[in-house]
Each structure stands twice: as C-alpha cells, then as structure tokens.
Design a protein around this ligand. Structure first.
Ligand code: MRU
Length: 366
C-alpha cells in the first residue's frame, strides 16, 4: 500500500539481493523507520520484539530469516539451528510454523551449495503468495460488504468494526480484515471503520488508524470497551477481524478482546466475520482450547508510550507500582459466534467440513 504516495510492502529483499528490509512497526504511528535485517538472529529479534507482527508477516519474516541463515551458512546444522531459533519467537500465530516448514521442505533435499539461492526464492514466493491471497480475500470480502450495503439506503455508510491490526502492516500487503475494506473504499462504497484501540499494545490506535488514514478510509478510533454500546445502537453493520490461528473446527484465535466483541455482536445480531489466509488454518488442532496463548511482558500493561507535545517519544507508567499484572495476548472465539470465514477460496462456514472441503491439501498437515 502507499505511504505518502510511495508503494511499500512490509518486508522486502534489499537491492543488495541478500539483506532484508522491513518497516519498524514499533515506531509507528509517530515515525516511519525502515529496519535492515542481516541475520537469522536479527529476524528472530524482529519477530520477538514486534518490529514486525501480525500472523502472515511473522511467517514471511521467518522465511526471510531462514534465507539469511542459509546466506551465512547453508549446512544442515545451520538450517536446524535457524528453524529452532525462529520457531521459538512467538507461540500463537501458526503462520510462523507453516512458513518455516515450507522453507525446510524446500531446502532440506538440496545440496548446501544451492540452498542460499533456493531459500531467497522460496521466501520471495511466500511473500508474493501472501499478497495474492489477501487480494482474493479482498474480493470475497467485498461481496459481503456489498450485500450489507444493498440492505441499506443507496449511499448510506457501511460501518465496520475491527480489532487489533489485521491490515497491510500485519501481512506483506493489503491485509486480511482490511483487504475487503480497501476494495470497497476504492470502488466508491461509503465505508467507515470503528477501530478498537486494542490495549495493551494499541495496534488498532497506532497501526490500523495510521494505515486507514494513509489510504483515506474514514475511520474512528474507539476505546476497547465501546463496541458493545455501538452495536446496541445500530452503529455497527458488521465486524471483520483477523486471526492468528483457526482450529480444525473453525474456532478462531485472535488478539485478546476479540471474543468479547463476538459475544456483543451475537447479542445484537451483528454479523461477525473473520478474514484469514489458508496458512492460518491449523488442521492438527481439533478446537480452540488447544491453541497456545502467548503471555507477554507486564510492562506492556503497566506502561504506555506516546509522543509529547514537543515531539519526544516518552514511556509513562499507568499502573501503581506493585500491582500484579496478567497479559494474555490472544483469546479464542468459538466457531458458533462466527458468521463466516473469509478466505482466499471464498466465504466459508466456520466448521471442519467447510474448511476441509475448501482446503483438502492442508488437512493432513501439522
Ligand atoms: O500480537 P500481534 O500484533 O502480532 O497480533 C496480531 C493480531 O492479532 C492480528 O489480528 C492477527 O495476526 C491477524 S493478522 C492479519
């Protein structure tokens, strides 16, 4: 997508043809900084520290991390080391394991002398595939938005609520939840997005608002607790969120707080859609209870960062010293609360039969 008129993806191969560029998302929305990753260790750090984040982008970064490892040392031992290093960075988004398995399957059979080139090729393909998948999600999701627009008076705004950042910053480009929104907006449909701030890291307020603003999509940032009130007053036509892992039965794991929005949506008859690329489906997990939920540092809750009036970025404490903290990064929305799964192969019922029939090639995978 465009930033100040220039097209960017979130991650790319630099002109030197071996190092990797990425947008440093820790600095947004205040500063647009490009990071250069030169080793598997730096790629792992980028994922761990959330320089890059969002399930599909975590996968693409891991793939490039493996390529950087092969650039430095294409041996079997280095491949195993890089896999172990990268897989340990974040536990919930299954795209990480998917991408590393893709890389390992492509590289293991090869002689070390050709692994470097093959690794960059496969990582580039994974990144390009993500863009294509998200464009297809955009087309299928557009039909959902158009159908809702057709139930309203011509020209009336379709109000869409989203949680966290499942936008282009969470993917290589286009986003998952945002792809249908960008398509609808670009086609001239009147869409407006309610952006959950998404404490504690504020991915909605800092990232989703930033990218929607840069694309000119009307939006309003709301505190996380506001969605239920808006739904009760008919101010939300549908919700579209992303996901970090979908279990075989259609249960959806996404950023903490998603479940509460789904409950409110059900109580108020608001359609609740989840947009996902197929690498986010984990057929090895029967239901959402088995999905590992990341617990993150207490400092994300105790402290907030922001820009002061004189332009400095400051971190301030918002919780009393000594209060214990719980910081679960994700929750699971049961499939029964999900209206539909917007995938690259169409909008599916959230159940095993529909997922397996749309993605038969994935059913045997772990
Ligand atoms: O902790 P994050 O910022 O990586 O969490 C991101 C989300 O929960 C997104 O909604 C999810 O990865 C879907 S991304 C297209």
């Amino acid at each position: 997508m465009k930033v100040d008129g220039r097209h960017f993806r979130t991650i790319w191969l630099e002109p030197d043809r071996w190092s990797v560029g990425a947008i440093d998302q820790r600095r947004l929305p205040h500063e647009f900084i490009i990071a250069r990753l030169v080793s598997a260790e730096e790629a792992a750090d980028a994922i761990r520290t959330m320089l890059v984040r969002g399930a599909p982008l975590i996968g693409a970064t891991a793939a490039y991390g493996m390529a950087l490892a092969m650039h430095a040392d294409p041996s079997d031992a280095a491949l195993d080391r890089a896999y172990k290093l990268l897989i340990a960075t974040r536990p919930t988004a299954i795209n990480l394991k998917w991408a590393l398995d893709q890389m390992a399957a492509a590289l293991r059979p090869l002689a070390p002398s050709v692994r470097g080139e093959a690794a960059y090729k496969r990582a580039g393909e994974i990144a390009n595939e993500d863009v294509g998948i998200n464009q297809a999600i955009g087309s299928h999701g557009l039909e959902v938005i158009e159908a809702i627009a057709a139930t309203k008076k011509a020209g009336d705004t379709v109000n869409i609520l989203t949680h966290c950042n499942a936008g282009w910053l969470a993917t290589v480009d286009w986003g998952t939840a945002t792809a249908p929104i960008y398509r609808a907006h670009d086609m001239g449909l009147n869409v407006h997005v309610w952006v959950d701030e998404t404490r504690p890291r504020n991915q909605g307020a800092s990232l989703t608002a930033w990218e929607l603003g840069h694309h000119g999509v009307p939006h309003t940032v709301i505190p996380d607790n506001t969605g239920g009130h808006l739904m009760q007053h008919g101010m939300v036509d549908l919700a579209i969120v992303g996901t970090d892992r979908v279990a075989a039965n259609g249960d959806v794991c996404n950023k903490i707080g998603t479940y509460l929005k789904a409950l409110a949506a059900r109580d108020n008859g608001v359609p609740f859609y989840v947009a996902l690329p197929s690498p986010t489906i984990d057929f090895s997990i029967k239901d959402g209870r088995e999905i590992p939920i990341e617990q993150r540092a207490a400092s994300e809750v105790t402290h907030m960062s922001g820009r002061t009036a004189d332009g400095r970025i400051e971190i301030v404490r918002v919780v009393p010293e000594g209060s214990p903290i719980a910081n679960y990064g994700f929750d699971v929305t049961p499939a029964r609360l999900v209206t539909g799964l917007i995938t690259e192969r169409g909008v599916l019922r959230p159940d095993h039969a529909a997922l397996a029939s749309a993605f038969p090639e994935r059913t045997g995978t772990r």
